[in-house]
Design a protein around this ligand. Structure first.
Ligand SMILES: [Zn+2]
Length: 421
């Protein structure tokens, strides 16, 4: 048994909404868990190693509740195809392994993958658990559910009617998914539909949720227009993804049902900012029409106190697995009215709660896994510092060490939120 005492560390505290300086944290590298957190004055453990953190700021590892590990953000349109799901197992697996490595190197220690071609996330999760590949821990959804020809169809299950939904969801759980992902409305990255289109009926949506909950699994709804979001909330989905448009009635329903919103603002922002001439006009047009509404909708949810779990839709154009998750947090502050501490909560405790793993993740407390990031500066003062290179720890061990930044790397750092919307 190896116990490491990390001393002289400023630890993020959710209740305080800030970091508390001069703390110590003991981790057991055999279990990967934190066994003690305190103010450094007395240690109740026999420790094998002491590591002086020199006053650095430590917060839980970033959790991202909406990723697509089988997609590469720069590969989307290069060959002119609308979707890349027709690519081989091999391509999709290679992308996933690369994205997993990017994610952990950039401080993302847990992802909820919400749609993977060929159920590849189920296998990738096993590879990560065995230690065969590096990467964050994975909550899987396998293939997502679409209506025939609907959003995301081609890479997932195409099901119509209550019976097919029920059979499909049961099959997905038999295949080993942790979560069910259903495309309740149309979306941006498919031609011939809009975010306001309703796709699944209320009965179909409800059936998916009931079947998932019967097995103790969660369910996530892709829902963008207000009518579709309402349908998803009413159906009982644990999380609503995107939520481009919500009114007061939807807010009230979300409160009643305890719905969590996963905004994915960077998916829209990245296409808006970088997609001209590469992302097809039909997709970019939908972003231009909806981005203001989307950001206003998330602002409204934040103001109303609806819990927000950070998710980026990583894998969509120009929206990858590196500093984009931290950039999404900056968008919450700059464009949705969160405090930096609320943005940190969205990517830690709120994700853990939405994913039903908050008994072991999302806070630096005894009993939780020692997945954390360590920074030289305090992100409560400036949320953008999380985007910088940082030390990353998984199960109590440093798995990525901050490099001494060269001038080129500093220039390559993401720019501040700048594009006018
Ligand atoms: Zn998505």
């Amino acid at each position: 048994m190896t116990k490491i005492n990390y001393t002289n560390v400023a630890i993020y505290n959710h209740e305080k909404q800030n970091f508390i300086a001069n703390q110590h944290m003991v981790v057991d590298t055999d279990t990967g868990k934190i066994v003690e957190v305190g103010n450094g004055s007395s240690i109740n453990q026999v420790v094998n190693e002491v590591s002086d953190m020199h006053g650095r700021y430590v917060m839980p590892g970033i959790m991202n509740a909406h990723t697509h590990i089988t997609s590469i953000p720069t590969y989307w349109w290069n060959d002119g195809k609308e979707q890349r799901h027709s690519d081989s197992h091999e391509f999709n697996t290679m992308f996933a392994v690369k994205n997993m490595a990017d994610a952990i190197d950039h401080g993302i220690t847990y992802i909820r993958n919400v749609g993977a071609a060929f159920d590849i996330d189920i296998e990738v999760k096993k590879m990560q658990e065995k230690g065969w590949i590096k990467g964050p821990k994975v909550m899987t959804s396998g293939k997502a559910f679409s209506i025939t020809g609907g959003h995301g169809s081609g890479g997932g299950y195409e099901v119509d009617g209550v019976d097919e939904v029920r059979k499909g969801v049961r099959q997905a759980m038999k295949n080993g998914v942790d979560n069910i992902k259903m495309m309740v409305t149309g979306g941006v990255l498919k031609n011939g539909e809009t975010p306001d289109d309703i796709q699944f009926t209320p009965e179909e949506a409800r059936t998916a949720v009931v079947e998932a909950h019967h097995k103790g699994k969660t369910a996530a709804a892709h829902a963008q227009g207000n009518a579709g979001v309402k349908e998803a909330v009413e159906a009982g989905f644990d999380t609503v993804e995107h939520a481009f448009d919500i009114d007061d009635e939807t807010i009230a329903m979300m409160k009643e049902h305890g719905t969590v919103v996963v905004p994915t603002m960077n998916a829209m922002y990245a296409i808006y900012k970088y997609g001209k001439d590469t992302v097809p006009d039909w997709a970019r047009e939908k972003v231009i029409v909806n981005i203001k509404k989307h950001f206003a909708s998330i602002t409204k949810a934040v103001q109303a106190g609806i819990p927000i779990a950070m998710g980026t839709d990583a894998g969509t154009p120009y929206n990858g697995f590196r500093s984009e998750s931290a950039y999404e947090m900056e968008l919450y502050v700059e464009k949705a009215g969160m405090t930096p501490a609320q943005a940190i909560d969205s990517a830690t405790i709120n994700c853990a709660r939405a994913m039903h793993v908050d008994d072991e993740y999302g806070q630096i407390v005894a009993g939780n896994y020692a997945d954390f990031i360590s920074m030289a500066e305090n992100p409560v003062n400036d949320i953008s510092v999380i985007q910088h290179d940082k030390d990353v720890y998984q199960n109590g061990i440093c798995v990525h060490q901050q490099a001494v930044a060269t001038e080129t790397e500093q220039q390559a750092a993401p720019s501040k939120v700048s594009a006018a919307i």
